[in-house]
Design a protein around this ligand. Sequence first.
Ligand SMILES: Cc1cc2nc3c(=O)[nH]c(=O)nc-3n(C[C@H](O)[C@H](O)[C@H](O)COP(=O)(O)OP(=O)(O)OC[C@H]3O[C@@H](n4cnc5c(N)ncnc54)[C@H](O)[C@@H]3O)c2cc1C
Length: 303
Amino acid sequence: MRISDPQLIGALAALGVEHKAGVSLAEKTSLEIGGTSDLLLVRRHESLPDLIRLLKQAGVPHRFLGGGSNVLLPDGELPWVILQLARQDPEVRIEGNLAFVDCAADLGRTVTTCAKHDLGGMEGLIGVPGTVGGALRMNAGAYGTQIGSFVREVQIYRAATGRIETLRGSEINFEYRHTSFAPDDIMLAVRLELSSKPYREILQGIRICNEKRRASQPLNQKSAGCIFKNPPGGSAGRMIDELGLKGHAAGDARVSDRHANFFVNAGHATSADMLALIADVRQRVRERYGVELEEEVIVWKDS
Ligand SMILES: Cc1cc2nc3c(=O)[nH]c(=O)nc-3n(C[C@H](O)[C@H](O)[C@H](O)COP(=O)(O)OP(=O)(O)OC[C@H]3O[C@@H](n4cnc5c(N)ncnc54)[C@H](O)[C@@H]3O)c2cc1C
């Protein structure tokens, strides 16, 4: 979606929001799939309530993008403008066992910054790409660790009130790849409580997790991580593998040879290719196992 109204463009500039016209979203997602849209880079969190009000008044729909590592975007001209947070400086501030982290910060870098201050526990999250905000939205997790366990407080733009508010960790439900934030809430900053641990010990844990990831995931290919959530008590990857679907493709969208729950863009896959592959695999799993797989990747649909 393009913003062409000079008055709106002027108002955005007055809010300190950077307006980038006609951005290729494929370049901003790990799947490298997605069309174009205008992107609004939010430099100051305080401007969000006014920004969203402005967009609503102008009838301009928006979607929020973090690091783009867990989304499947449509092709062509997108029907929304894209909001993204600019990184704040500093991204991470440490006080005792607490880390105050900006939600635009890279998750892996946050884990290593905390490690350098002898704060550990999040080692399992080291290879999860994307931002801290995206990790909060998804309750990102790996190797028995999930980000929600460390959250003590989150500062959010709350869609229900149109204001920036602070939620205590106990007010938020963190479940398997699901959180109780409202769909239009935007996470801005978080206070994490970590445990004291010597740097060397944390580094050892990080190395082990990195090795496990390298051994099992197609890290040099374009993917969004796991496409499906694991069904209760089961493994989506194992079921897809047992069906002999590694390498199975729709256009350039392909089930990874390395990890059956990773679907990769093996060339110039379109959104339609990826959606066709998701539907095909889901149907085969349903027919064979009677299990309805739910997407873990967030598919942006026009609704
Ligand atoms: C190679 C690879 C490995 C992966 N491994 C794992 C893994 O082990 N475990 C795991 O959990 N995930 C994994 N993922 C998926 C992905 O990295 C995580 O879900 C990650 O936390 C998404 O963060 P992001 O910033 O990229 O979010 P995006 O992909 O940009 O967004 C995901 C959703 O969160 C919303 N969102 C993003 N930021 C905010 C914010 N600040 N406020 C409100 N909403 C927001 C978006 O609107 C969107 O709906 C993997 C992905 C890849 C490519």
